[in-house]
Design a protein around this ligand. Structure first.
Ligand code: SF4
Length: 253
């Protein structure tokens, strides 16, 4: 099976299981210039043609005014794709520079600003869903970071509603292996435009848990699929969350 078909199949299965893509959805896909968001848009565009119901897809690229970063390759690719798209030119770079504390990484401020821009554009465009390019490795790294550093059992959901109730945020590629997205990027020659602020570098905790999982995977090749399976088979009564334990006790009283 060709790589594109394999990935479409995975996305369609995830979507069916979690109600990610539904009839008459208008989905905004933010394309950053990285392999994941290119891959997401490319795959959703093909899936759209194969679905038995109509959906709309709009791409958005936020040109953030980073010195030395030229959005032209992204814009050219979007123009050639035939997918409707918008470019938001917003100088988040200067805002990040003004507000960044010494030694801090820019991603927290930068992504908060970008999220605000994406939500505003999504509303203007009449989109009800916002698709993010997170994949299997992202959700498992988040799970491990929360376990190791935050003391909670939490990964990334395939779908959730924003706090203000305006949008559903969807992660169609949550079960896709990152290696397949790298291969897709190579195969399709996506014109990658790296971030100039942090060069796409993972923060050191994320890098550590990914290296940890890579090391275990060397002797346990199915590791990440097994972990993904664990996220679908949760047994809350065998954990120690007091809110669950109290509910159970009340039921027994
Ligand atoms: S990788 Fe770059 S563009 Fe993305 S959030 Fe971090 S600083 Fe912003």
């Amino acid at each position: 099976m060709q790589l594109t078909d394999k990935l479409i199949k995975t996305i369609a299965k995830t979507s069916g299981a979690y109600g990610i893509i539904e009839p008459n959805d208008k989905i905004l896909v933010a394309v950053s210039g990285g392999k994941d968001s290119y891959g997401l848009l490319y795959l959703l565009h093909i899936l759209k043609k194969r679905l038995p119901f109509p959906i709309d897809i709009v791409a958005l690229h936020v040109a953030q005014g980073q010195p030395g970063v030229d959005p032209a390759p992204v814009i050219d690719w979007l123009s050639a794709s035939g997918i409707p798209f918008e470019i938001a030119r917003e100088d988040t770079y200067s805002v990040v520079q003004r507000n960044l504390k010494q030694g801090a990484t820019p991603c927290a401020i930068c992504s908060r600003l970008r999220r605000g821009i994406i939500y505003t554009r999504a509303e203007k465009l009449g989109c009800t869903k916002i698709a993010l390019g997170h994949h299997r490795e992202d959700t498992l790294a988040t799970l491990m970071m929360n376990l190791f550093y935050s003391g909670k059992l939490q990964a990334m959901p395939p779908k959730y509603t924003t706090d203000d109730g305006r949008f559903e945020v969807i992660r169609p590629m949550i079960e896709v292996a990152e290696a397949d997205l790298i291969a897709l990027g190579d195969e399709q020659q996506f014109p990658i435009v790296p971030c100039a602020l942090c060069s796409g570098q993972e923060d050191h905790k994320r890098r550590y848990v990914n290296e940890f999982l890579d090391a275990v995977q060397e002797t346990h090749p199915a590791l990440r699929n097994v972990m993904l399976g664990a996220l679908k088979h949760v047994n809350p009564s065998h954990l120690m969350d007091l809110s669950i334990a109290r509910t159970k006790k009340t039921q027994l009283d």
